[in-house]
Design a protein around this ligand. Structure first.
Ligand SMILES: C[S@@+](CC[C@H](N)C(=O)[O-])C[C@H]1O[C@@H](n2cnc3c(N)ncnc32)[C@H](O)[C@@H]1O
Length: 224
């Protein structure tokens, strides 16, 4: 009898924890796919050869929907996450606590402008998942300047983008931008980066039955 009640209570607690995460990660995307998106981001980086001793910068890390398994995998202090929404990053801090990963000492930094950032660490890997699609042109330019200054030679920056001639949209307080590949070619050339098109998210295993799976392309920029 006690066992039955105990397992019932555990089940309810599990449900509450799940919905708490759904509410949290709804700040960065559709609540029903947060776990899928988390696993995709981590698996993608592992497939690209992410090593435990790499130093990783997760630009626009938000609630750490993607960041948690990266923090878990990397050596202590090697994960950096930055975001412009301080309150959303605070949810990320709670996510670290809930995942009992405080001992991994992730560096979580909120900021307003890329030019304000004063991070001395240089990175082997930089990542921006579903972030460049929300940056106005001027902000994208300063983002690439920051990436170029922060990558070691041979270091890589992965980012998914919308390559299409569609009308821009809106997601919370940010735009949803569609651009030509030339826009990114130009930014790469200007900032000493070599651009490789990795293909659409669907081809990389991101299958959520949404148009964005096909529409979004993953780009890889290598610092030369
Ligand atoms: C769609 S969410 C993706 C969050 C996270 N990368 C993930 O996949 O879970 C986009 C994030 O980019 C952040 N963002 C928007 N503009 C930004 C900027 N200029 N610099 C850094 N982050 C920004 C937003 O606050 C938001 O957390």
């Amino acid at each position: 009898m006690f066992k039955k009640v105990y397992s019932g209570v555990r089940k309810i607690i599990k449900e509450i924890v799940k919905s708490k995460q759904e509410i949290r990660h709804a700040l960065v995307g559709a609540p029903n796919v947060w776990k899928y998106t988390r696993e995709f981001q981590f698996q993608f980086l592992i497939d690209q050869g992410l090593q435990k001793n790499d130093t990783l910068m997760d630009i626009g890390c938000g609630t750490l929907r993607g960041g948690i398994p990266m923090i878990q995998y990397l050596n202590s202090r090697n994960y950096y996450g930055i975001d412009v929404r301080a309150e959303v990053l605070n949810e990320g801090r709670k996510e670290v606590k809930d995942a009992k990963l405080e001992n991994k000492n992730p560096n979580l930094i909120s900021f307003n402008h890329f030019s304000d950032l004063a991070i001395e660490t240089k990175f082997n890997v930089m990542f921006a998942f579903s972030v460049l699609i929300h940056l106005e042109d001027k902000i994208a330019e300063s983002c690439f300047q920051f990436v170029s200054e922060s990558l070691v030679v041979g270091g890589v920056f992965y980012a998914n983008v919308n390559i299409a001639d569609f009308q821009d949209g809106q997601w919370v307080e940010f735009p949803v931008v569609f651009r030509s590949q030339e826009f990114y070619n130009n930014l790469a050339v200007k900032n000493g980066l070599e651009l490789e098109v990795m293909g659409d998210l669907l081809g990389l295993g991101h299958s959520t039955n949404k148009n964005s799976d096909k529409q979004q392309i993953m780009l890889k920029f290598t610092k030369i």
